[in-house]
Ligand binder design. Structure first.
Ligand SMILES: [Zn+2]
Length: 319
């Protein structure tokens, strides 16, 4: 039997020791090498794209030969205006990139030795990038689609005076509910793309907007997928009678929601306002389940470097 990927030597290609041994200057060079990888590690201007830039000697700042603007290695990235040293930044990205089911903020802040809110903002910024990763994903081949409702649960009263209590007060509040719709390729380790909305009907809408007509689409027997047979090669699995059948199977996409359950356990509770970020994080982590440790780390640094500024730029003044 083939060895499990996570136990193979190929997976162990990243060393924490190597990262901790870096000096701040080496960490800066490493960051620049990944940040400017498109130009063989040489700085290029994020304002006009000109490759003719030179480093100022006094500070870690470059000046563009064409537009004369100054920029740093983190300009126009989610780390613009960062205060953390580069070494800590690399360690933070590595810490966040490795776990397959997320890293809770208390551990993140303790491991990094920064305040809780610093770690929180850092994690939110990385999730923001994961959202962009999700938006840019292109799917191919047969897909499975499923949706899931989250939140909105109202706790029943502690003392149940009447047995019909929950008929008078519904257990969920529709205004607080959110829906996540996931589309996943049906091949092995297929990519998953997720969408968030307030109503169940966003499901068909996002599928029409994302998947070409004529594609093989597998869903459960939910009524909102009914019209798919007009546009797609629609395969339906009725979960009342079967989990899977030779004709239709949605297990690939359901494993994404199982993955989200694990992520929720790692974080304890997911606040409503941050729900989107966690779903995008779940998708990124599942899409990188078969990436080596070094690929996760370098991939996240590189992607972060090209991500554009964060909407949380300058939040709390330090991060
Ligand atoms: Zn320029």
């Amino acid at each position: 039997m083939a060895q499990h990927f996570l136990l193979s030597a190929k997976f162990r290609d990243f060393s924490w020791q190597g990262l901790y041994d870096l000096t701040e200057e080496e960490a800066y060079q490493e960051f620049c090498a990944i940040r400017f990888a498109e130009n063989d590690g040489h700085a290029f201007c994020p304002h006009c794209g000109c490759c003719d830039a030179y480093a100022l000697k006094t500070r870690r700042v470059f000046k563009c030969g064409a537009c004369k603007k100054q920029f740093s290695a983190t300009s126009k990235t989610i780390f613009a205006d960062r205060k953390l040293p580069f070494k800590k930044l690399l360690i933070a990205i590595a810490l966040f990139a490795m776990p397959s089911c997320g890293l809770n903020t208390v551990d993140f802040s303790a491991d990094l030795n920064v305040q809780y809110k610093t770690a929180f903002v850092l994690a939110q910024k990385l999730r923001e990038f994961m959202r962009k990763h999700n938006e840019g994903l292109e799917l191919g081949g047969a897909v499975a689609v499923d949706g899931s409702q989250w939140g909105g649960f109202i706790r029943p009263k502690n003392v149940r005076k009447e047995p019909t209590d929950h008929f008078k007060v519904p257990y969920t509040n529709p205004k607080r509910e959110k829906y996540a719709v996931a589309i996943r390729e049906k091949r092995q380790n297929g990519k998953v793309k997720v969408f968030i909305g307030h109503e169940q009907k966003i499901g068909p809408q996002v599928v029409y907007a994302t998947i070409y007509g004529g594609t093989e689409v597998h869903t459960d027997a939910g009524a909102w997928w009914n019209d798919f047979e007009v546009e797609y090669d629609h395969h339906v699995i009725n979960h009342r009678t079967q989990f899977t059948s030779p004709e239709a199977c949605t297990n690939t996409v359901e494993s994404f929601f199982a993955h989200m359950e694990k992520i929720q356990q790692e974080y304890g509770a997911i606040a409503k306002q941050q729900f989107e970020g966690f779903v995008f994080e779940g998708a990124w982590r599942l899409n990188h389940a078969k990436a080596t440790r070094n690929e996760r780390f370098r991939g996240l640094v590189a992607a972060v470097a090209m991500s554009g500024e964060s909407r949380m730029r300058g939040y709390w003044g330090r991060y």
